[in-house]
Design a protein around this ligand. Structure first.
Ligand code: NAD
Length: 479
């Protein structure tokens, strides 16, 4: 019977976690490792019954958690962060085994950030004030009330990181949670609930249900007792979730895909620009924010391309558990098929692969740079979510901005320029939730994060998270 499996020496319970108890399902699905395609183990495969049970548990736990003082909620969140910090090695190796991302970045970057996510929102909670003001002698008092049970649905490319960007502010706000991790990377969410329980989080406050989105998703997102839905994932799934949430007009936060530009002007520090461009292969290209469209000023494109090819040639691709590896595998054979299909169709349409353009042994895809791509082609307009970049040139600032904005997405943009005034002018014209100037991937949790156009709805981070996870109430009192 399904219970615990051992993953790289770490014991993981792959049943659901509902109302403070492990709960099995009649059915399971098989979790495999992208590193070598090996079977990791069986995971509970939930459906509408598990969704119903988890939402009921979250509903029952809500009044108690909402009434818990802010100081006590913050204390428990810090205790969860302590627990994460104690188990960084275990979380890192389980996540790497499950989704194939680099062990070195899980160890030194991602898992410490997971702990920080809890600490940050615990501390931010304590800064939320009552904004009082007067109207003709009456006082207005604005309060941040907990909203209720939240459904949080997350993808596989940075599983625990993305889940805790939602779980931490929701719990801090006094909400209760049903988390549905992605079926391709279900494991670390299960370790998180062990840590949360040890930290003293009451039963039912954080629930985890496992399973395929298509089987359990609608029951979670159309439920009338759910007060918030926060989703990170793809645009097609988001449309389905939005339609389902419309049943009860449940408020939604959507963090979706992108096709972000990386603009390189002739006045840029070229070494920096090349480093930024090569960085877009991080996580084997499975990063929503990746600047996958390189837009380079035509006067420097030859030199840029020469240096880019040399730099990309230094990347070491292989087992993500090896400290020396820079690029690991892609998540799933289906994803690999998708990436390869995009590249094959682009090449058939006239694109030229300057580097890469092919599958490697196992679940690996060679870092790829495609030139001679048309602006309206699929490869320029659609998110590939693999190590595939396109290269286009522009003649001047106007053309750079026009190409950058000619997309249905608006998640991020990166600029390399040595001219601060140009940076200001161009930034003002770009449609993007985040613009990085001469840097990439720097994220402060105080800042608003999210996408414009089809890259998302709403912003999370700092006060924006509490704005979403709380019911704001204004109380007007007569003199
Ligand atoms: P996906 O949309 O296929 O799945 C995401 C989650 O939704 C999974 O947990 C899945 O089980 C669930 N799901 C699927 N169908 C559902 C349904 N009908 N109802 C409810 N839930 C359902 O996305 P993915 O392939 O896991 O992730 C990759 C996508 O995520 C890319 O588009 C990427 O850009 C995006 N992403 C965005 C951000 C961001 O912050 N903007 C961050 C990371 C990833």
């Amino acid at each position: 019977m399904l219970e615990k499996i051992t993953v790289a020496g770490v014991s993981v319970d792959t049943r659901h976690w509902i109302g403070g108890k492990r709960v099995a399902s009649g059915d399971t699905f098989t979790d495999t490792s992208p590193i070598d395609g090996s079977v990791i183990g069986e995971v509970a495969r939930g459906g509408p019954a598990e969704a119903e049970a988890a939402i009921a548990a979250a509903r029952e736990a809500f009044p108690g958690w909402a009434a818990t003082s802010r100081a006590e909620r913050a204390r428990i969140l810090h205790a969860i962060a302590d627990g994460v910090e104690k188990r960084i090695e275990e979380l890192a190796i389980v996540e790497t085994t499950d989704n194939g991302a680099l062990l070195r970045s899980h160890r030194r970057g991602v898992m410490p950030r997971v702990a920080h996510n809890f600490r940050f929102f615990a501390d931010w909670l304590l800064t939320l004030g009552h904004e009082d003001f007067e109207t003709r002698g009456h006082t207005n008092q604005v309060s941040w009330d907990p909203a209720g049970p939240c459904v949080l649905i997350t993808p596989w490319n940075a599983p625990l990181m993305l889940a805790t960007w939602k779980v931490a502010p929701a719990l801090a706000a006094g909400d209760t949670v049903v988390l549905k991790p992605a079926e391709w990377s279900p494991l670390t969410a299960s370790l998180l609930v062990d840590i949360a329980a040890e930290a003293g989080l009451p039963a039912g406050v954080l629930n985890v249900v496992q399973g395929y989105g298509s089987e359990i998703g609608d029951a979670l997102t159309s439920h009338p007792d759910v007060r918030r839905i926060s989703f990170t994932g793809s645009v097609p799934t988001a449309k389905r979730i939005a339609a389902s949430a419309a049943t009860n007009l449940t408020p939604l936060s959507l963090e979706l895909g992108g096709k972000s530009p990386l603009l390189v002007f002739a006045d840029a520090d070229l070494d920096l620009a090349v480093d930024l461009a090569v960085e877009q292969y991080d996580n084997a290209g499975q990063v929503c924010l990746a600047g996958t469209r390189l837009l380079v000023e035509e006067t420097i494109v030859e030199e840029f391309t020469r240096r880019f090819v040399a730099k990309a040639g230094e990347l070491r691709q292989g087992d993500p558990r090896d400290e020396a590896t820079d690029i690991g595998p892609n998540i799933h054979p289906r994803q690999l098929e998708k990436i390869d299909g995009f590249v094959r169709r682009a090449v058939e349409g006239g694109a030229r692969a300057v580097i890469g353009g092919r599958r490697l042994d196992g679940q690996y895809y060679a870092p790829t740079l495609l030139t001679d791509v048309a602006q309206d082609s699929e490869i320029v307009q659609e998110e590939v979510f693999g190590p595939v970049l396109t290269l286009q040139t522009f003649a001047d600032e106007d053309e750079a901005v026009r190409l950058a904005n000619d997309t249905r997405f608006g998640l991020a943009a990166t600029l390399a320029t040595g001219d601060p005034e140009r940076a200001e002018r161009v930034t003002a014209r770009l449609v993007a939730g985040t613009v990085w100037v001469n840097c990439f991937f720097v994220r402060d949790l105080q800042a608003p994060f999210g996408g414009s156009r089809q890259s998302g709805v709403g912003r999370e981070g700092g006060t924006w998270s509490f704005d979403f996870y709380c019911d704001l109430k204004n109380t007007v009192t007569a003199p």
